[in-house]
Design a binder for this molecule. Sequence first.
Ligand SMILES: C[S@@+](CC[C@H](N)C(=O)[O-])C[C@H]1O[C@@H](n2cnc3c(N)ncnc32)[C@H](O)[C@@H]1O
Length: 231
Amino acid sequence: MKQIVVSDRPYHLSWDLTTACHLHCNLCYNTEKKSHPTETRDLIETILDNVVELKPLHLGIGGGDSLLSPYISWILQQLAERMGDEMPIITIDTMMVNQGEDVVQQVWRLNKDLGDNRIQFYLSIHGSPEVHDKIVGYKGHFKKQIEGIKLLKRYGINFSLGIVPTKENFNQLDTVLILALYWGAGLLNISRFVPIGKGAKAYEQNLSSEQYKWLLDWIVTRNTQLSCQLP
Ligand SMILES: C[S@@+](CC[C@H](N)C(=O)[O-])C[C@H]1O[C@@H](n2cnc3c(N)ncnc32)[C@H](O)[C@@H]1O
């Protein structure tokens, strides 16, 4: 009989590096706009020690916006130096990769040293330019996301796209899927809306049970039709 091998390393660990963010997403679970006072070097070092010891297979670094943390480059360097081949697959969640070419260059260098595309990015796109900009509360942000994607493609760095479906953008799923396919995203992640934090005020935007059922059917149908990778 075929044996199922289970790793003794945790499959996934999420590290929300900072609460700082420059967007105003109406659905966001994060209520802060600035860095929290506890985001000190001491705390970062303690968390880093734990990550190195736990050796997760996948590490999601997010926020807030991970690129707004002054420690992001240092953390990536430390993980590479201290974990070497055991470095997890890392996904950097940001909405301002277009302004972070220094980190993109560092990721390109680290990936080259590691000999694979282990460090990747995750960008949210919630619909067409108009719908996306409205949801994130930032006019012109969709355009910045596309600039960010082009920057990643210039450096050959893999990325995934994500959408949080609510009543506001329920009719945008095909638009975002087409964008993911067009730009060559490795994955389109569909996150379930969790109405907490700022998002608690948008509770009525939560999909109905019929819409969730439709969404599951949509995922199955599109996966079959396109042989693409939905969640
Ligand atoms: C808090 S955001 C922070 C990272 C980055 N600033 C961004 O917006 O992508 C992390 C991810 O969680 C999603 N998200 C935010 N609030 C959410 C909520 N209430 N329920 C589910 N997903 C949410 C965002 O769309 C994004 O994909």
